[in-house]
Design a binder for this molecule. Structure first.
Ligand code: SF4
Length: 905
C-alpha cells in the first residue's frame, strides 16, 4: 500500500533473530507502510520478504480482543481475579511445583523479566520454560560449557570481515535472509571470501557456496572431531592461546582420537567423499579469519550441545575467537530468544545470566528482588513440563505468546496434556490457534505495533520495539497482564510497574548488581535511563557498563567467565541420533522453515504475497525414495512415524539427500487438515540442554490415493474440516483451498452448493460434469463477478490456479471468460503466472520461465532488469538462479546455443 506518512516510527521486525530495524510510516487514517531502517546496524535498510510484508498483517482478523473465561467474554478485572485466585488455590493445595509458565521468544524483554520474577521469586518454582528451548538451548549449553557464560562472542560485522564462512546446520538464505544478503554482498566485494555449507539438504544457502558437504544427518560431531585432529596434526594449534587461555585440550584431542576421527573414517561416517572432507579441512586450516555460523541444524538434536562444543573446540584450538572476522556464531531463531536468555526465562537459569544451581546467585537475586522466596532448583524443561501436566503433577499452566499444541514434538501428547489440565490460561494476541481451543482463560495481549519494549538480536544488540498503532479491543501489554495477576496474588509492591520503562530499569540494574566483572551480561549503564531516554534508546550491544555504545565482540583479551577465567575444551565422542531408522521406519524426517512463513502462520498467513510462495504443506523427497514408493510430484503422501501420521503434498527433489525427507514446520489445523509436523516428531531431547530432536525422526512414506482431488477459490472462508485433506492459503481478496476426499458425493451439485453457497438474487451458477472421467467444475457468480469456483478431478493435476485468482479482480465475467472458466484453460491472450517466486513484486514462476526463455536471460541481474524480481529484498535470488540453471539444462538437452533467446518447449 502506498502511504503518505504523517509520522514515521523506528521499531524492530518481530520475526527472526536478525532483529532488523524497521521504519513504519503511519498515514492520516492509520494506514501503515514499512521499509527497512537505513540506520539500524543489523540491516542498514534491508528487509526480507517477511519484513517487507509486515503492513499486510496488522488487521483485526483473528485478533483476540477481549478476555474470556470458558468461552464467555468477561471484564478484565474478573479475568485477572480469576487467574490469581486459581493459581493461589492450586499453590496452596499442591505447592508451587503444581503450576508452570510456558512462554516465548516472541515476548519482549520486559514481559519476560516480569514473568520470570513472578514465578521464581514469588511463587517459588522454576517451572518456567520457553519455546526458545526448541531452537537454541543447545547453543546456550554449549557456550556455557566452553566459556563459563552464555556469551555469543561474535557480531554481524564479523560475517563481512571473515575470509571463510562455514554455515553448519543453517539455511541462512531462508531463516536469516538479511544476514544472507550481507554475506552475499561481502562476497561480491571480496571475491576471495569462501563459503562452505554443511547440511544434508542442498538448501537455497548453497547458492553462494564454494563447497557443499551434504553430510549424513546427525554426523556433525564426527566431521568436527576430524577437523580438530586435522588442525592439530597440521600445526594449526595456536600454542600461546591454548596454553594461556584454555584448558582441557588434551582430553578433547584424546576423545576425538578415541572416536576414530581420521579423515577416511570421518568421510565414511558422514557419507561424504574423502576429498570433499579434506578440501574443507584444508580450507579451514589455511584461513585465519573463519566464522562458523550454526543454527537449528546443530542445536535441534539429542546431542546438540556436543555438536556445538565440537564446533567451538576448533575455534579454541586455533585461537580464532574474539578477533574481527572469526568465532563460533549461533544465530537465534526468534526475535527475542536472546532477551529471554538475559532475563533467565529458561527453567535452568536465573535472571541476568546467573545460575539457579549456585546458592550465592540465588541469594543475590532474592536480595535484589526482596522476594519472599526463590526457586531452589531447576524447573521443568518444555517437554518434561507437558509430561508433568499429562501426569497431573502440574495442575495449572499459563501459556504466553506461543502455540505448543503445534510446535512441540509428539504434539498429540501435548494436546492430550492440555485437554486434561485443570487450568490452562493463554495470553495471546491471536484468537483462533490450535492451543487456544484448550484454554479455560484467554487474555488478549497487544501485538507488534501496539506494544512497547526491547528485543535482543543474535549479535547481542538490544533494540526498541515501539508502538505505532492504538491497541485493538481491550488488548494489554504482557508485562501489565502478568503484573496485575501478581498483584492479585498478594505481591502488590513488587509488581507495581507503571510502564515498560520501569521494568527495563529494574532489569538493567539487576544485571549490574554485585557484578564487578564476574558476569558477562551487564547493561547497568542503562539502568538510569529516563523515560524519554528509554523512548529514544538507540540499538546497542551488550555488555556495556557505560553509555559508550556497547561491545562488538567478546574474549579479545583471552579471558572467559569460568572460575579460572579460561575457556574449556569439551571432549566430544561419536554420537548417533536417539531414534534410528529401521525397516519399519526407513527414512529420516527433517523439519524447518520455508522462506515466507513464520512459526504457525498466525501473522504471515494473512499476507497473500507471502502465502503465494508455498500454498500447502509438503514433503520434499529424494527422487529415488519417491520412485521406490511409487510417488510422483503433486501426489498426496502419508508420512508415518511412531508418534503420528500426516498427509502432505509430495515434492520430489534432488536437493534432498536420499533416505531423508523434509517437511516444513508451519502448517497446523488453522490452515490444513493435519495438526502439523510436530505430531510426527520424536520427543527425544539432548540430556544437557533439553532441546528436542526436530531434525531426525524415523518415518515411512506411502502414497495416499483419495477418491478425488480438487481445489476451491472463494471470497469467503469455508469450513472444509470434514475432508480427509485440505489446506488453505490467502490469495488477493480470497481464500484458496486444495482438497481431497475419500468418498465421492452421490451428487456433486448438491455438495458444491453446500460448500460454495446456494442460489439467490443476482447469483448465477454454472457447472460442467463428466461423470465417466470423474470431473466436475462449478462456478458461482454474484452480480456478474466471480464469487467462488470448485474444480474436481481424479488426479492431482488440475487446472492452473493463478489465472483463475486474477479473474476474481474483474467486476464482470464475459461469455468467453465463462467458457474458459468451465474449460479450465485461460482465455486466449491471458496467461497463468504460476506460483509466486518473488514475493515483493508478485512475479510467478511461469512468468519467469517465459522471460528467461523468450528473452535469453542469463543472470539474476538480467531477470531483475526485465521483471524487477529479486531487486528488492533479494530473498528469491537463489530460486531465480535455479530457474536459470533449469533453463540452461533444457537448452543443453535441446542443443540450443547459449543465449540465443529461443524458447525451449
Ligand atoms: Fe525480519 Fe527478515 Fe530481518 Fe528476519 S531478516 S528480522 S524476518 S526482516
Amino acid at each position: 500500500m502506498s502511504v503518505n506518512p504523517v509520522r514515521e516510527v523506528r521499531t524492530t521486525c518481530p520475526y527472526c533473530g536478525v532483529g532488523c530495524g524497521v521504519l513504519v510510516g503511519v498515514g492520516p487514517h492509520a494506514q501503515v507502510s514499512v521499509r527497512g531502517d537505513p540506520e539500524h546496524p543489523a540491516n542498514f535498510g534491508r528487509l526480507c520478504s517477511k519484513g517487507a510484508a509486515l503492513a499486510e498483517t496488522l488487521d483485526e482478523d483473528n485478533r483476540l480482543l477481549r478476555p474470556r473465561i470458558d468461552g464467555a467474554q468477561v471484564p478484565w478485572e474478573h479475568a485477572l481475579d480469576h487467574v490469581a485466585a486459581q493459581f493461589n488455590r492450586i499453590i496452596e493445595q499442591q505447592g508451587p511445583g503444581a503450576v508452570a509458565f510456558y512462554v516465548s521468544g516472541q515476548l519482549l524483554t520486559e514481559d519476560y523479566y516480569v514473568a520470570n520474577k513472578l514465578i521464581k521469586g514469588y511463587i517459588g518454582t522454576a517451572n518456567i520454560d520457553t519455546n526458545s528451548r526448541l531452537c537454541m538451548s543447545s547453543a546456550v549449553a554449549g557456550y556455557k560449557r566452553a566459556f563459563g557464560s552464555d556469551t555469543v562472542p561474535c557480531c554481524y560485522e564479523d560475517l563481512e570481515r571473515a575470509k571463510l564462512i562455514v554455515l553448519v546446520g543453517s539455511n541462512t538464505a531462508w531463516c536469516h535472509p538479511v544476514l544472507f544478503q550481507r554475506i552475499r554482498k561481502a562476497r561480491e566485494l571480496h571475491p576471495d571470501m569462501q563459503v562452505v555449507v554443511i547440511d544434508p539438504r542442498q538448501t537455497p544457502s548453497c547458492d553462494i557456496a564454494d563447497l557443499h558437504l551434504p553430510l549424513a544427518p546427525g554426523s556433525d560431531t564426527d566431521l568436527f572431531n576430524g577437523l580438530l585432529l586435522y588442525l592439530h596434526q597440521h600445526g594449526e594449534t595456536h600454542e600461546q592461546f591454548v596454553a594461556g587461555c584454555t584448558q582441557g585440550v588434551d582430553q578433547a584431542l584424546a576423545q576425538a582420537r578415541l572416536s576414530g576421527a581420521d579423515t577416511a573414517t570421518v568421510a565414511m561416517r558422514c557419507g561424504l567423499d574423502e576429498q570433499q572432507v579434506l578440501e574443507f579441512y584444508r580450507l579451514f586450516a589455511r584461513t585465519e579469519r573463519v566464522v562458523s555460523v550454526f543454527s537449528q541444524g546443530v542445536n535441534q538434536s539429542s546431542y546438540g550441545t556436543d555438536k556445538v562444543n565440537s564446533v567451538i573446540n576448533c575455534h579454541l584450538l586455533t585461537g580464532r575467537i574474539g578477533r574481527p572476522g572469526m568465532g563460533p556464531f549461533s544465530l537465534t531463531g526468534q526475535p527475542n530468544a536472546m532477551g529471554g536468555r538475559e532475563v533467565g526465562g529458561l527453567a535452568n537459569q536465573l535472571a541476568a545470566h546467573m545460575e539457579i544451581a549456585e546458592p550465592s546467585h540465588r541469594q543475590r537475586v532474592q536480595r535484589f528482588w526482596g522476594s519472599p522466596r526463590i526457586a531452589e532448583r531447576e524447573g521443568l524443561k518444555a517437554l518434561d513440563m507437558f509430561r508433568a501436566i499429562e501426569a497431573g503433577q502440574v495442575k495449572a499452566v499459563w501459556i504466553m505468546a506461543t502455540n505448543p499444541a503445534v510446535s512441540l514434538p509428539d504434539s498429540h501428547r501435548v494436546r492430550r496434556a492440555l485437554a486434561a489440565c485443570e487450568l490452562v490460561v493463554v495470553s495471546d494476541c491471536i484468537e483462533r490457534t490450535d492451543t487456544n481451543q484448550y484454554a479455560h482463560v484467554l487474555l488478549p495481549a497487544q501485538s507488534w505495533g501496539e506494544k512497547e519494549g526491547t528485543v535482543t538480536n543474535s549479535e547481542r544488540r538490544i533494540s526498541r520495539q515501539r508502538a505505532f498503532l492504538p491497541a485493538l479491543g481491550e488488548a494489554r501489554p504482557d508485562w501489565w497482564i502478568i503484573s496485575q495477576v501478581a498483584q492479585r496474588m498478594g505481591y502488590k509492591d513488587a509488581f507495581n510497574y507503571r510502564d515498560s520503562a520501569e521494568v527495563w530499569r529494574e532489569h538493567a540494574a539487576l544485571s549490574g548488581f554485585e557484578n564487578e566483572g564476574q558476569r558477562d551480561f551487564d547493561i547497568s549503564a542503562l539502568a538510569a535511563l529516563s523515560d524519554s531516554d528509554y523512548a529514544g534508546l538507540q540499538p546497542v550491544q551488550w555488555p556495556l557498563s557505560s553509555l559508550d555504545g556497547g561491545t562488538q565482540r567478546l574474549f579479545g583479551d583471552g579471558r572467559f567467565f569460568t572460575p579460572e577465567r579460561k575457556a574449556r575444551f569439551i571432549g566430544v565422542g561419536t554420537h548417533r541420533p536417539a531414534n534410528r531408522v529401521s525397516t519399519d521406519f526407513p527414512l529420516v524426517l527433517n523439519t524447518g522453515r520455508v522462506r515466507d512463513h513464520w512459526h504457525t502462520m498466525t501473522r504471515t498467513g494473512k499476507s497473500p504475497r507471502l502465502s503465494g510462495h508455498v500454498v500447502e504443506p509438503y514433503a520434499e523427497i529424494h527422487p529415488r525414495d519417491a520412485a521406490a514408493a511409487g510417488i510422483q510430484a503433486q501426489d498426496l503422501v502419508e508420512v508415518t512415524s511412531r508418534w503420528g501420521r500426516l498427509i502432505v503434498r509430495a515434492q520430489p527433489s534432488p536437493a534432498q539427500r536420499a533416505g531423508s525427507l523434509f517437511i516444513p514446520m508451519h502448517w497446523n489445523q488453522q490452515f490444513s487438515s493435519g495438526p502439523g509436523v510436530g505430531c510426527l516428531v520424536n520427543p527425544a531431547t539432548d540430556p544437557v540442554s533439553g532441546q528436542p530432536e526436530f531434525k531426525h525422526t524415523p518415518v515411512k512414506l506411502s502414497l495416499y490415493t483419495p477418491a478425488w482431488h480438487g481445489f476451491v477459490l472463494s471470497r469467503r472462508r469455508l469450513d472444509l474440516r470434514h475432508l480427509r485433506y485440505w489446506a488453505c492459503a490467502r490469495a488477493e481478496g480470497l481464500w484458496r483451498y486444495e482438497i481431497a476426499g475419500d468418498e465421492t458425493p452421490s451428487d456433486w451439485n448438491t455438495q458444491a452448493r453446500q460448500w460454495l453457497g446456494g442460489g439467490g438474487e443476482k447469483v448465477e451458477w454454472m457447472e460442467y460434469r463428466d461423470a465417466a472421467a470423474g470431473r466436475y467444475r462449478a462456478v458461482r457468480l454474484l452480480a456478474g463477478g466471480l464469487e467462488s469456483c470448485l474444480f474436481i478431478g481424479p488426479q492431482a493435476s488440475l487446472p492452473a490456479r493463478d489465472w483463475l485468482v486474477k479473474m476474481f479482480n474483474q467486476s464482470q465475467i464475459d461469455d468467453a471468460e465463462r467458457a474458459s472458466l468451465l474449460s479450465g484453460k485461460p482465455a486466449p491472450g491471458s496467461k497463468d503466472a504460476g506460483r509466486i517466486v518473488c514475493a515483493c513484486f508478485g512475479v510467478g514462476v511461469n512468468t519467469l520461465r517465459d522471460a528467461i526463455q523468450s528473452q535469453g536471460l542469463r543472470s539474476a541481474e538480467e531477470i531483475g532488469q526485465c521483471l524487477k524480481a529479486g531487486t528488492n529484498c533479494g530473498s528469491c535470488v537463489p530460486e531465480l538462479k535455479l530457474l536459470l540453471k533449469e533453463n540452461q539444462a533444457a537448452e543443453t538437452v535441446a542443443g540450443v546455443p547459449a543465449g540465443s533467446g529461443v524458447a525451449v518447449s
